[in-house]
Design a protein around this ligand. Sequence first.
Ligand code: FAD
Length: 542
Amino acid sequence: MKTTEKAIWIVGDMRSPRLWLESLKVMTKAAPLAREAETPLHMILLGSSDPSPFEQNAIDLSSCVSMEDAAREALDHGAHAVLRVDHKALTVPHTQVYAGVLEELVSRRRPWLVLFPLNDFNRELAAFCAQTCRAGMIADCSELVLEDGRIAGRCPAWGGRILANITLADEWTTAFVTVQPQGVKLAPERAPEGRIENAEPEQVKIPEGMALTHRAMESPDTRRLEEARIVVVGGAGMGDMRGFSLVRDLAASLGGEVGATRPPVLYHWVEENRMIGQTGKTVRPELLFSIGTSGAVQYTAGITEARTIVAVNRDANAPIFELADVGMVGDASVLLPLLTKKVKQVVMRRLADAVTFLDKDEGLHTGGFGALVRRLREARNWTAEELARKTGQTPDFISQVETDQMSPPVGFIINMARAMEVDPGTFLNKEERSTIRDLRVQAFQQRTRNYSYTTLTPDAENSHLRAFMVTIDPHQAHKPVAYKHEGEEFIFVLGGELEFTLGSRTHVLKEEESIHFNSDIPHKLKSLSGEPTRCLVVLYTI
Ligand SMILES: Cc1cc2nc3c(=O)[nH]c(=O)nc-3n(C[C@H](O)[C@H](O)[C@H](O)COP(=O)(O)OP(=O)(O)OC[C@H]3O[C@@H](n4cnc5c(N)ncnc54)[C@H](O)[C@@H]3O)c2cc1C
């Protein structure tokens, strides 16, 4: 059905490859409408083929897409015509300058629709143009359709709870529309007889006193978010800046990127370039955590291409669960620390296994235990000084361990495991782990066979933490199962009096006194009282 003779224009955004891609997407989105209305699609390019004045002023334009490339790609993606407006004042977009040029073009050529890929700059530009051209405006629509021959934009309203159909009053012959680029795949298709036309603006009005002094490039961080395999998004449900730090912790432990809905950006818990959604970034990770987010369409528009979505929300009826593959109903402040801890353990375990595997099976000698410690430390982004502080050692000690100049004592391994919040077995290779497991079981069985030991943790032969009640006959030395064993030990005297020798030092412990020591140091127990001495012994072993 022929609705209008007038063209549909798309104002291309060439400030970066990403924004240019979004311009092509908006054109692709408009193509079915153009076919239905039997009207041509025109790509409008405002820019300059001579950026030298800016480059002389050391303004970096390297992220911009050139007019030549943009024109070629627009024709390759179905534009019937590309209208190039080439002027040095248009090199870097400025709302008033661009609006002035567009106003003149629109008044001369009277297009039907002028579409802009939705972003902050274009939202301002479209509103400015609509006002100066005294034309209609449809803001932030996700789709454009024809209804009874009239154009209608489907626009999310009421926080995304409804989609409103917005159309134009009869007197508006041209409409400016900002369009979400999401939800469409580019399909190269060259329009027959696609052409490039140059338009000379009659005059380019530059506001007085205006000079470009600086141009900030899109930071690599932003690109990392869009290309990340894992993204953790925090929403208003994180409560405050401190709550939001739980999102950062989980992202760091997963090696992922932090994303946010709009409220955390508005509250300044996170930088603006982390916002995901209709007016933010579109992400396509393999795994996306969406935490404390309700699932408003403006946000979910940016995550629909994620492969697996895990949502955490304390409201079981939150709309985000309709989109999520895995849903966890609970308080984020409780669930997130647990999730992060578990992830850290699994990641460290995997890393240790990977290092052991490489060393042993692939013949890629990576330096043994010292190299493993260094890799695990680096995986945490800790300096040697930080690891030293966390384990009560000196940086020199850490350096000696990492270069295999010394075998660290078990106490250090335990402290390091505690600092890294992992199982101490992480630091052993597979054979060492299975040998230690066998020894641990043997020692447990020996102890429990010994008449003086009563286990308080039955079935714990293979646990790291075990408790025993030890009874020593009056004035007798205790017949130990082993004088010295890897790990830590804690003794609490329940009754009688205990002589406790640790290395070369002897201590006397009375009832209700206790001692905590590195059990790698040889130690002996003796009852000093005329009655049996009873002790609670807790062992922590690797
Ligand atoms: C034109 C337009 C464009 C927009 N563009 C965007 C956009 O690009 N991106 C965007 O994100 N938004 C955008 N918005 C805003 C959007 O409509 C929503 O308001 C926003 O996404 C809501 O963010 P939220 O889910 O974090 O917050 P809310 O909607 O307030 O949801 C918070 C959720 O957290 C849960 N919660 C609270 N406490 C906890 C807790 N302790 N543990 C677990 N869960 C908890 C609650 O149950 C609730 O479901 C746009 C809006 C408009 C009008």
